[in-house]
Design a protein. Structure first.
Length: 186
């Protein structure tokens, strides 16, 4: 639970800074918060996940462009780029290696047929690509305040609903737990 809260730390600070000041202050805050997040992981665990490095790189690049050029479109595009990157990596894992990324991430905790792993991986890729497309729709058809609300609340709600649907889907493919023998059977 602490990791989930820590992962949302930059987003929460971004939202607070936006509501208190404006998008440019919020952008500077989220860049700083992401740097702090990555630095904390490095000093605490002596490692940083690849996607955190990618997110930091995109945040500094797109956020920096937003601040330098005073153009909010760059920070808005960051969400789409990262979502499409996730989707592309997941799709690519169908063709590289023996296991998809979803199976590599979750396979140690559960057993599913290979076909189901493949379906899950593909559906996750589609989800990320779809969120990127929805972001484009929101950023071009609504004001910045609506986009900030979508990024802060809409995307996490979409993710939560999607995960719940995945759990329901996976449940029917989970192997039954062997029932423990009673003392009378021994």
């Amino acid at each position: 639970m602490n990791k989930i809260l820590f992962d949302f730390f930059p987003i929460v600070l971004f939202f607070i800074a936006y509501k208190t000041y404006d998008l440019y202050v919020a952008t500077a805050v989220v860049i700083a918060a992401t740097i702090v997040q990555v630095a904390y992981n490095w000093f605490r665990h002596r490692k940083v996940e690849t996607m955190q490095w990618v997110t930091l790189g995109l945040m500094v690049t797109m956020g920096g462009a937003t601040l330098y050029l005073q153009d909010e479109q760059f920070i808005k595009w960051k969400l789409t780029i990262i979502e499409w990157l996730f989707g592309g990596v997941l799709l690519g894992s169908h063709f590289i290696g023996k296991k998809t990324i979803i199976e590599k991430m979750m396979g140690a905790n559960m057993e599913l047929p290979n076909k189901i792993w493949s379906i899950l991986n593909f559906v996750w890729a589609l989800f990320f690509i779809s969120v990127g497309c929805i972001n484009i729709y929101v950023m071009f058809n609504y004001d910045t305040e609506t986009w900030v609300d979508f990024k802060t609340f809409g995307v996490p709600v979409l993710m939560l609903v999607f995960i719940l649907l995945q759990v329901i889907f996976m449940y029917k493919y989970m192997p039954d737990e062997p029932t423990p023998k009673s003392e009378s059977e021994e």
